[in-house]
Each structure stands twice: as structure tokens, then as C-alpha cells.
Design a protein around this ligand. Structure first.
Ligand SMILES: Cc1cc2nc3c(=O)[nH]c(=O)nc-3n(C[C@H](O)[C@H](O)[C@H](O)COP(=O)(O)OP(=O)(O)OC[C@H]3O[C@@H](n4cnc5c(N)ncnc54)[C@H](O)[C@@H]3O)c2cc1C
Length: 457
């Protein structure tokens, strides 16, 4: 079969490419190949009851399928160039912001109407943070919540399903450059496309690296972020989360002058496992609906590690640390902050007696046996700094889950059109190493779709 556009990956990048193509030029023949399942078939077997921890399914229902890694996410669409990726370096700041706002308009039109938009503009917390060696980053954030995010995805699928050919459970195994166009090989044979948009996200990082190697597309080694997920009573952060929902706060450590930052804050949310290529790490999300909210707030504290030559494998470094926690804890480890400070492991009894009830069944243990000292010192310093703007953060019963690792894809060599050295081959979303968020990944999809539709007009 010959298509006008082949899209690899049905995460936000792929979905928004397809959406924009269909709306700009309904005549285009578009195919989307996706390793995972359609939305309604995506089920993680961990139910906290019968199946307590990750069983390492061959295709992770959390990371793959229609909606990509974002399907069960908190649905926080941050509209900012300050974090979430460096799309603006390719397409310009104004264009990146305009596209993120456009994506927000689509999300609200397809079910997100009525959800809250928060903003740091004019907040008094900026000053409070600065007075305590902390920096609050600027952003507007639409919080869809896991439940409404799912509804938006359902509606987008209904919109697209008759206009686009979706092939689920069909990973693209190989990508070949033809004289005119591209050929994708999959379990049913192959198909050709005059243009190809690759949007394979983090779960497709190894595949992406291979494609770049085979097609001699340049890549740059990227960073890895390593840290823990903090869980504490929601009231401790409620003055911040009620006004801002998510506060992205950066701290420069006194000891090493490393940067530690908050990431993915989930007021009244839950902590979850994340399985990337068989390695279990921790993440979190929260629901918009009050009935599913918890008494706890969670967020990550991450330290970015960048390496210089000759070491290139920053993700491998992150993976080794995550493997160590998987080896010791059989998955994710949980520790009370008080136990960490006293240099002792947490055990079942101490976790049970804690005033914070964990929302994830993790193995009580000792994070100091897993995380490098420099990273752990930075995290502890930041917890004490946060305690000044949110007293209680450094309480003994604050829970730390480890490890949280943000793997970044190698940065693929793409130009200002997000196009590789092969005309018509685009790499977008988190798979490009350029975006790391729902809003940036979605915006990159709209961007290439507009270019393709413009060329076809
Ligand atoms: C639990 C969790 C919570 C998160 N919360 C937030 C949040 O609140 N806000 C935010 O901004 N970001 C959040 N993120 C990150 C966000 O989900 C990603 O940045 C975003 O989904 C990236 O979109 P993408 O389309 O580039 O890639 P993905 O969403 O990863 O989608 C890529 C798709 O490609 C498919 N694929 C991979 N390889 C192949 C192949 N060879 N053939 C066919 N298909 C393939 C995968 O199965 C996947 O479905 C969260 C992530 C997780 C895991």
C-alpha cells in the first residue's frame, strides 16, 4: 500500500500530526503504525491487590498504545518554553508557544472544556522562592487530569478513526529510504509512504537509535535525570498547588552547585510504577475528579547528569542505577526521609507506622545503597530548602520512592522543519530528543503536519 504520509507511533506527537493533516487536507491517505493497543485495550495488570508490582509485560500498557506514554499521565499540558523540551530552538519561541496554545484549544474542544488553567504570572511565590535560594519557573498549565485526558483521547480517536488507517500491535521493525519516499517493514509485510513522520517517544528510543545508525542520521548524546519521587500529605503543599497546581522549582546545591528541580507535581495524586524496556522506575499522576483524589501530593526531585567525552551512554548510566534499585527491591524502593537521614533502611513496620500512607506498594529499603552520594546529597539539600517554603517537607514521615529516572532520547539531527537529511523524513516528539512533554510533543506534530499539508496544497 502507498500512503501520502506514514506516521510511526500514536502518542501525542503522532496523534496531533494525524489530526492536523486530516484537518488541513482531508484527501491525504494517512497510516499510523503503533506497537501498543488501542486505548480501550490498554490495561496495566498491576491492581495493587492481586498483582502488586510490575510484571514486565512485553508491551507496556502504560507507555505504549493510542495516546502513547501520555494516555494515563496526569495530563498536564505546560505552555512554556522554560521546560518540557527545546522545540523553540528549532522553530522559534513564538511559534512554539502559538502551537502549544493551539493544542490546548483542541484538547478543550475534545473534552477538556471546564478543566483548570493555572499560571505563575504575578504569583507571590516567586519572591518567597527567591528568598530561600529557590527559583520558580514561569508557565501556564492546563491540568486535564488522568480521567479527562482519557476522554480527550477517546474523542480524538473517534474523530480520526475513519479518516486515518490505524494499525495497532504493529511495531515498525525497519525503515528504508526509497528513491521517492519511505518503506516501513512490519509483521504483515511492508507499506510505502511518500513522507514519514517518526514519533516513537521514549519507549522507542532504542529503535530510534538503530534507525539513525542504519540511515546514517547524526545523533548527539543527551542527558539523564536521576532522583526520587517525594510523597507527603497534600496539605503541606496545598498553598502552592491550590494556586499554581504544579510548581517547577529549581535549587542550586551549596555543596556541589548542582541543579536539583521539582518535576511532575501531582496534588492529591498517586505514585505509580513505570516500565521502560524492562526496567521499573517510579512516576506519578493525579485525577481531576475529586472522588479519585488521595490525601497525598507527590512530585519528583531530579538531578540532571550530562557527561563529556569519552562517555556517551547517559541513558545506560541511568539504567544501571535503576537496575540496582530493581535488584535490591525487586522493583521500586520506598524509604522514610527520617530513616534516610538516620542512615538506616525503612522496613514494613516503620512504613506502616508512618503518618503518610504510601499510594504505591513498593519495597521498604535504603536509597543510599542505590543513588550516588552526590545525587542523594543534592536531593536532601533541596528537601530542606523546600521545607522553608512548605514547612513539613522535611518531616521524618515524608516518603521517598526510588528511583525516578528521566531517560532522554539521543538528540536526532533535524533541521528547523524537524526534518532529517532525507527530505520528507521527519522525527518529532520525545523520540527526537527535542521534546520531553505532552505539550511540546503535540506541538511538534502540528508543526510538521502544517508543513506537509502546505507542500501538498
Ligand atoms: C506516567 C507518566 C506521566 C506523565 N505525565 C506527564 C504530564 O503530566 N505532563 C507532560 O507534559 N508529560 C508527562 N509525561 C510525559 C509525556 O507522556 C511524554 O512527554 C509524551 O507522551 C511524549 O509524546 P510522544 O508522542 O513523543 O511519545 P510517546 O507518548 O512515548 O508515544 C510514542 C508511541 O510510539 C510507539 N512506538 C514506539 N516504537 C514504535 C515502533 N517501532 N513502531 C510503532 N510504534 C512505536 C509507542 O508504543 C508509543 O505509543 C508523563 C509520562 C508518563 C509515563
Amino acid at each position: 500500500m502507498v500512503y501520502d504520509v506514514i506516521i510511526v507511533g500514536a502518542g501525542p506527537g503522532g496523534i496531533f500530526s494525524a489530526y492536523e493533516l486530516v484537518h488541513r487536507n482531508p484527501k491525504l491517505k494517512i497510516a499510523v503504525y503503533e506497537s501498543g493497543y488501542p486505548l480501550e485495550k490498554r490495561r496495566c495488570p498491576v491492581d495493587g491487590d492481586r498483582v502488586k508490582s510490575c510484571v514486565k509485560c512485553p508491551v507496556c500498557a502504560i507507555m505504549s498504545g493510542f495516546g502513547g506514554a501520555g494516555a494515563f499521565s496526569d495530563g498536564k499540558y505546560n505552555i512554556t518554553n522554560d521546560f518540557g523540551g527545546t522545540l523553540y530552538e528549532h522553530i522559534g519561541r513564538a511559534s512554539a508557544l502559538e502551537l502549544m496554545k493551539y493544542v490546548d484549544g483542541i484538547n478543550t474542544a475534545y473534552g477538556g472544556d471546564g478543566t483548570a488553567m493555572y499560571s505563575t504570572a504575578g504569583t507571590r511565590f516567586k519572591k518567597l522562592c527567591l528568598q530561600n535560594r529557590l527559583q520558580l519557573l514561569d508557565a501556564s498549565v492546563r491540568h486535564l487530569g488522568t480521567d479527562i485526558n482519557y476522554v480527550v483521547l477517546e474523542n480524538l480517536y473517534q474523530e480520526l478513526k475513519d479518516k486515518v488507517s490505524f494499525f495497532f500491535e504493529t511495531p515498525v521493525e525497519r525503515l528504508e529510504v526509497l528513491e521517492e519516499g519511505f518503506r516501513v517493514f512490519h509483521r504483515n509485510g511492508y507499506d510505502d509512504g511518500r513522507r514519514c513522520i517518526v514519533s516513537v517517544g521514549r519507549s522507542g528510543s532504542k529503535w530510534m537509535e538503530k534507525v539513525c545508525r542504519d540511515l546514517e542520521i547524526g545523533t548527539k548524546s543527551n542527558r539523564v535525570d536521576i532522583g526520587v519521587r517525594v510523597e507527603l500529605p497534600a496539605v503541606i503543599f496545598s498553598h502552592l498547588t491550590d494556586e499554581l497546581y504544579e510548581s517547577k522549582i529549581v535549587y542550586r546545591t551549596e555543596k556541589f552547585e548542582d541543579q536539583v528541580r521539582t518535576f511532575c507535581m501531582n496534588p492529591r495524586g498517586i505514585v505509580v510504577n513505570e516500565n521502560t524496556n524492562g526496567i521499573v522506575t517510579v512516576n506519578g499522576h493525579s485525577y481531576e475528579g475529586k472522588e479519585k483524589q488521595t490525601e497525598n501530593t507527590n512530585f519528583a526531585l531530579l538531578v540532571s547528569k550530562r557527561f563529556s567525552e569519552p562517555f556517551k551512554d547517559s541513558n545506560g548510566y541511568g539504567e544501571s542505577i535503576a537496575r540496582l534499585s530493581n535488584m535490591l527491591g525487586g522493583g521500586v524502593i520506598v524509604q522514610r526521609f527520617g530513616d534516610l537521614v538516620r542512615g538506616r533502611r525503612s522496613n514494613e513496620r516503620r512504613i506502616e507506622e508512618s503518618t503518610v500512607t504510601p499510594t504505591l506498594a513498593a519495597t521498604p529499603g535504603d536509597l543510599s545503597l542505590v543513588l550516588p552520594k552526590r545525587i542523594l546529597d543534592g536531593i536532601m539539600e533541596m528537601i530542606y530548602a523546600l521545607d522553608k517554603i512548605a514547612p513539613g517537607t522535611a518531616n521524618d514521615d515524608t516518603l521517598l520512592y526510588g528511583v525516578e529516572v528521566k531517560f532522554y532520547n539521543m538528540e536526532v539531527d533535524i533541521d528547523e522543519h524537524l526534518e532529517t537529511r532525507y527530505k520528507g523524513l521527519y522525527v518529532i516528539g520525545d523520540g527526537s530528543g527535542v521534546t520531553h512533554s505532552l505539550s511540546h510533543a503535540s506541538a511538534s506534530g502540528v508543526y510538521v503536519a502544517r508543513r506537509i499539508a502546505g507542500e501538498e496544497a
